[in-house]
Design a binder for this molecule. Structure first.
Ligand code: F6R
Length: 614
């Protein structure tokens, strides 16, 4: 949700900023801008509506000479995507330029007060309020920029990661964060600032994750300085980045989404590496091993997440209930935070988030912690906010996911939830040694079996052509594959903009069956599991109403295969592992339908990868 970048050092400032914006474009792409401070201390701001490429075209004939600079790619919250609402924003006297990721909740009150003091506004954004406030304080108190930022941030309610430059100070960038991410890369005589480490990793692996309510001051030729809002100097904790630049490239694929779908055999291997050991006979999850008492004494599990992560959470419910015999509820984090959740100290709250930065999930964690629950995080982005505010957790280790539609993170989340259910089940005595060993052996086969499923690629590409112009889709599944149906429908709608609904197959007769006709295809996920016979009836009900059916079935299926119009066969695996296998053809189907429709699959309209606002 918006990406910010900053650079100070001897490289070409504009080039570093533009490259950084491209890397962060998955966070928002409705407008972009740069503020460049010349060595003489003048600030030039250039902005353009649309993607970063538009900004580059706009800047072609501009003065790009700079000693330092800040840049922004936007996902609109306050005010439509337009040149005037694009960041960076100037203060009224054009002495300060600022970029911001987050939302200033009390911006209206602050804006009204500033208008009374004579400030004029040129955009509809909350961000312009912040830069005007900082400049107002700086002039009124006759103080330096850092003190003005501190004072302004005391007055602000909401979430922010900001970077500010000041006319006449080409050797300095001031940045700060609260509830929105900010990373600083430390190179030789240079500093990089960004919303995540992807714009930084090609220059340096040494980064500092700025903490909430800290202000970072980067000055050419001086060490990094961090101060709190109370003006106390904070420790600098340098972390080494674990991923490499090659993970951020498309690696020969036309889109990140396709690359990420095809990476799944190796990402699943990375996910289980060191966790499923001794030939599959032992599951080692440090987060469980180090918190045995919590898992032994737990009376209930509450899972909070959003979007695709919520779907993974639903599969987690089936896994944890089956393997641990514990009651599990799964809540949208955005609802949980406002529905007066009843949480007890013997509840375990599991928060799932690929980005580790989702605002609603962060808020849910805070509530769960306040109510005394033990909070376990499942995230992908190392060093992101969620792993830092949970009591314990597990990284899915699937590498950076750039495509806005989540694919490899989903299967990684489901895999971690599977390991978690087994590890907790073993601890609580609900999974026997023998069962654990059998499950572990199957888990080790999953990366290879996913590779087999990916061989359906060409068939799915051909199949997609038949369904490209469908206007609605129904996705049906039962048991473990009900959440898979929800995920398949979400994938299709977010990248192809085709309306799609996921349903538990048996619920169809309670309403959605009215929709079925020759124009409404159904994707039915029907692996060979204990509900198979029931799903057969659902398939027949669709067929009897003239509906067209694409079925995902287990190899060798001879009932549904004869009824469905098109069949995609996947290898046989135990029921608890079917969602990982059956979700792959659904990812490919959405991808190819969206491509046939000419959509931008990596940056679908209106979406952003990291939802750091409410
Ligand atoms: C869908 C998708 C979103 C995210 C959701 C939560 O493809 O990516 O639905 O799953 O915004 O994001 P995280 O997992 O980062 O909390």
């Amino acid at each position: 949700m918006c990406g910010i970048v900053g650079y100070i050092g001897d490289r070409n400032v504009y080039d570093v900023l533009i490259k950084g914006l491209h890397r962060l474009e998955y966070r928002g792409y409705d407008s972009a801008g740069v503020a460049l401070e010349t060595p003489e201390g003048n600030i030039n701001v250039y902005k353009a509506r649309g993607k970063v490429a538009n900004l580059e075209a706009f800047c072609k004939d501009k003065n790009l000479d700079a000693s330092c600079g800040i840049a922004h790619t936007r996902w609109a919250t306050h005010g439509e995507p337009s040149d005037s609402n694009a960041h960076p924003h100037f203060s009224e006297d054009k002495k300060l330029a600022l970029v911001h990721n987050g939302t200033i909740e009390n911006y209206k009150v602050l804006k009204d007060a500033l208008i009374k003091h004579g400030c004029k506004f040129h955009s509809e954004t909350d961000t312009e309020v912040l830069v005007q406030l900082i400049e107002y304080i700086r002039l009124k108190n006759d103080c330096d920029l850092i003190d003005a930022v501190r004072e302004a941030l005391h007055q602000v309610q909401g979430a922010y990661a900001i970077a500010v430059i000041e006319c006449g100070h080409p050797e300095q960038i001031v940045a700060a964060r609260k509830s929105s991410p900010l990373v600083i890369g430390i190179g030789k005589n240079e500093f990089f600032l960004a919303s995540d480490a992807t714009p930084i990793v090609e220059y340096t692996k040494d980064v500092v994750y700025v903490k909430d309510e800290q202000i970072a001051v980067v000055r050419r030729g001086e060490p990094l300085k961090l101060v709190t809002l109370e003006n106390e100097e904070a420790d600098i904790d340098v972390t080494e980045l674990e991923f490499s630049i090659s993970q951020l490239e498309k690696g020969g694929y036309p889109h990140f989404m396709l690359k990420e779908i095809f990476e799944q055999p190796s990402t699943l291997l990375d996910c289980i590496r060191g966790r499923v050991v001794e030939g599959g006979h032992k599951i080692v999850l440090n987060g469980v091993r180090d918190n045995k008492e919590k898992f032994l004494n737990a009376k209930r599990i509450v899972i909070v997440a959003c979007g695709t992560s919520w779907h993974a959470g639903l599969i987690g419910k089936y896994l944890l209930q089956e393997m641990c015999g514990l009651p599990v509820v799964v809540e949208y984090a955005s609802e949980f935070r406002y529905n007066n959740p009843v949480i007890n100290s013997d509840d375990i709250v599991i928060a799932i988030s690929q980005s580790g930065e989702t605002a609603d999930t962060l808020a849910a964690i805070e509530i769960a912690r306040d109510k005394g629950a033990f909070v376990y995080g499942i995230s992908n982005v190392v060093g992101s906010s969620i792993p830092r505010c949970t009591h314990s957790g597990t990284y899915i280790h699937v590498g950076p996911e750039i495509g806005v539609a989540s694919t490899k993170a989903f299967t990684g989340q489901v895999m971690v939830l599977t390991l978690l259910a087994l590890a907790v089940g073993e601890l609580r005595g609900t999974v026997s040694r023998e069962e654990l060993e059998k499950c572990g052996e199957w888990i080790q086969k999953i990366p290879g079996l996913v590779r087999e499923v990916l061989k359906l690629n060409d068939k799915i590409e051909r199949l997609s052509a038949i369904y490209t112009y469908a206007r609605n889709f129904l996705y049906l599944g039962r048991g473990y594959n009900y959440p898979t149906a929800l995920e398949g429908a979400l994938k299709l709608k977010e990248i192809s903009y085709i309306h799609a609904e996921g349903y538990p197959a048996a619920e169809m007769k309670h309403g959605p069956i009215a929709l079925i006709d020759a124009e409404m295809p159904s994707v039915i996920i029907a692996p060979d599991d204990h509900l198979y016979e029931k799903v057969v009836s659902n398939v027949q009900q669709v067929k009897a109403r003239g509906g067209s059916i694409i079925a995902i079935v287990t190899e060798g299926d001879d009932i549904i295969s004869k009824i469905a119009d098109y069949v995609l066969e996947v290898p046989k695996v135990p029921e608890f592992l079917t969602p990982i296998i059956t979700s792959i053809p659904l990812q490919l189907l959405s991808y190819y339908i969206a491509i046939n429709k000419g959509k931008d699959v990596d940056m679908p309209r209106n979406l952003a990868k990291s939802v750091t606002v409410e």
